[in-house]
Design a protein around this ligand. Sequence first.
Ligand code: FAD
Length: 443
Amino acid sequence: MEPEVVKEPEVAIVGGGITGTVAATTLARLLPGARITLFDQGRGLGGRASHRRVDDGEVVAPWARSSMAFDHGCQFFQGGDAEFREKILDPWLAAGLAAEWQGKFAGAGDFFGIGSETVYVGVGGMHTVTAGAAQMLECNHSNFVARCGVRVGAVARAGDRWALSGVGGEAAIHDSKLKSSDVEAARAAAALGEFDAVVVTDASAAQESWHRASAGLPEAFLAMSKRVRDRVRVAMFTAIVAFEERVPVPYDASSFQDSTLWFAAKTNSKPGFEALEKECWTLVSTPAWAAAEVERVPMRDPATGAFIPQSPEVLEAPARALLDAFAAAVGAPLPAHTYLHAQRWGSAMPAPLTHGRDADGRSDATKDVLGTAFDASSTEQFAGLGGGGAGDEDFVDGGDLGLYYAGDFCSPRPPGVVAAALSGKHAAEACAQRLHVSDVRYS
Ligand SMILES: Cc1cc2nc3c(=O)[nH]c(=O)nc-3n(C[C@H](O)[C@H](O)[C@H](O)COP(=O)(O)OP(=O)(O)OC[C@H]3O[C@@H](n4cnc5c(N)ncnc54)[C@H](O)[C@@H]3O)c2cc1C
């Protein structure tokens, strides 16, 4: 048999959040000849580190000029972990993608270490460290392409490679208004290419088929990824609200010891938003309040198990509850608001493996809702989120399969950006190592 030298291994990355974009950047550095395709089902990259801009009541592109802007998922991140700092944060800072958030912080509770740690944000929105990093990669690495609005629905063997198929358009969107059965039927309608290795990053990729984000992974790899599927989830709701006038508080962000509201942050105080017209706030719910809400308004049809997308009607009550809790915390009437919108984050993060929880994150405060386990602990049980620390086996290594699973749901570190980024980096390093040593194939 003649050896066939594979000069340009092809790698697919499923998911363009922090994990996927860090994995792509790492792979491009370690394997300069690799062809890297990053798929994301969203309209843009960012995932949970997403950003919304609104102008004249309309949602506009996250880089467009706008009178309102909100980080409506992840709020900021820490930089204390040495590896994260040197290999990921310093390059982001040098490229102008991230900057320190020098706000006035207050609060009695612990929300991702705010007030006690130096914290950082994406410049002009949290999505900058994902979408901005991907754009830089597209400019500097000719073999990288990001494909947004494409949902990977099946990963199947094709010889010794993996054939991906999926769907684009409305059926790719997580909260698609299409009928569930139509979304399921379209799951793997289009061929997306063949790859030597695949890195999957979404918490739900290993879910059973009821979940729209299931990536249709092979059984053998699903068995290896059991710990990701079994990890207890933390739900959160956020409300984004724009006020006509200043909210009368002496802080830019605060955590709260409250049953509903955990954290509030003013976008105007973050780097890149000095000229914002309206005063824009993001309000984050407590995990316990969110767990009760997903029990009250389930994310699945109890009869069929089909996913129920979040509709404006479903989000009215959370938006109102978070606004009322903020008003109570401020202790004075809030100015009139011109925009109010809420978002349900059913898998905001995995339950941390601390405060007496077991290896799946279970505790007495775990609430099972229609087959999904949610953490309904009080916020004290989430102290220490977002930091670094020991993280052995922080991704799933499919070995000879050439499949990898990365993200905060795979990591024993405290959940958050640092855990996600390091997991993506480590999975990409293992993938690069394997493709490097096996770059001679025999036909
Ligand atoms: C409300 C909220 C507040 C938070 N606050 C903080 C904070 O202040 N500090 C902190 O450190 N962390 C915070 N976090 C956690 C932090 O956001 C996450 O740890 C981090 O963003 C995870 O990134 P990821 O890339 O692993 O996952 P994700 O961001 O979830 O990315 C996964 C991506 O995969 C895509 N996808 C899924 N399935 C498919 C498919 N089949 N095909 C194609 N694409 C697919 C999704 O669209 C998504 O973009 C917060 C999270 C939430 C929700």
